[in-house]
Design a protein around this ligand. Structure first.
Ligand code: ADP
Ligand code: AMP
Length: 205
């Protein structure tokens, strides 16, 4: 498939951002991520307040704000990999009305591994590249020295984000599974093995 429309689902820390980079690079499609878009606009005033207050608490930003971000991004892209959206059934319904997806994947990872991945996650503010203190640090010391931790990757906020995932986003995964549209991938494998499975799922679609 040349310009696929890929939806990557999974809990925070499952590896969606990491694997989206592979999809975007290999298939030449847009990486559409509500998390990055909201982080770049944390203090934007909306009628629901600013994204910051929700994000720092680990709660979902109100649907109208994220729906608008996604609609603008997907309407401009021929193909895309969508990461971080939809996070509840109402967002899934909205997405259904604005685009048709080619592949829907769930990256499955257990809770304790998610906590370990999220609390150890570090991001390069210059390139957006994702690293991990134990599993994946850059070779270049200059890059290692400038890595930052996201404000919401602290243990308490991580646990709240996982609770919000169970309550709101798990039903979205079940919805696609019941519709027979979901491909499940074991996200606890190495990043390379996850990518092999994900690429196969896209090429088979
Ligand atoms: P998400 O976008 O789903 O929240 P990320 O792609 O940011 O997840 O990954 C979360 C953390 O886990 C990062 O620190 C990343 O380096 C690490 N990571 C991603 N995939 C794997 C993997 N397969 N095995 C171990 N660590 C991983
Ligand atoms: P992420 O980068 O995907 O882990 O998202 C970080 C935070 O951004 C989440 O904890 C939410 O506060 C907010 N966010 C990202 N995507 C969405 C979405 N689709 N709906 C609501 N809030 C979102």
């Amino acid at each position: 498939m040349s310009q696929p429309k890929v939806l990557l689902l999974g809990p925070p820390g499952a590896g969606k951002g990491t694997q989206s980079g592979n999809v975007a690079e290999t298939y030449g499609v847009e990486h559409v991520t509500t998390g990055d878009a909201l982080r770049a606009n944390k203090d934007m005033e909306t009628e629901h307040g600013t994204p910051r207050e929700y994000m720092e608490a680990g709660e979902l930003v109100p649907d109208p704000v994220v729906n608008e971000i996604v609609e603008a991004a997907v309407s401009e892209a021929d193909g895309f990999v969508l990461d971080g959206y939809p996070r509840n059934l109402s967002q899934a319904e909205y997405l259904d009305g604005i685009t048709a997806l080619d592949v829907i994947v769930s990256l499955d990872v257990g809770r304790e591994e998610l906590v370990r991945r999220l609390t150890g996650r570090r991001v390069d503010p210059e390139t957006g590249e994702i690293y991990h203190t134990e599993f994946d640090m850059p070779d270049d010391d200059a890059v290692a020295d400038r890595l930052v931790q996201r404000d919401d990757d602290t243990e308490d906020t991580v646990r709240e984000r996982l609770r919000v995932f169970e309550e709101n986003t798990q039903p979205v995964i079940e919805h696609y599974e019941e519709a027979g549209e979901l491909v499940r991938i074991d996200g606890e494998q190495s990043p390379e093995a996850v990518w092999t499975d994900l690429k196969a799922a896209i090429d088979d679609a």
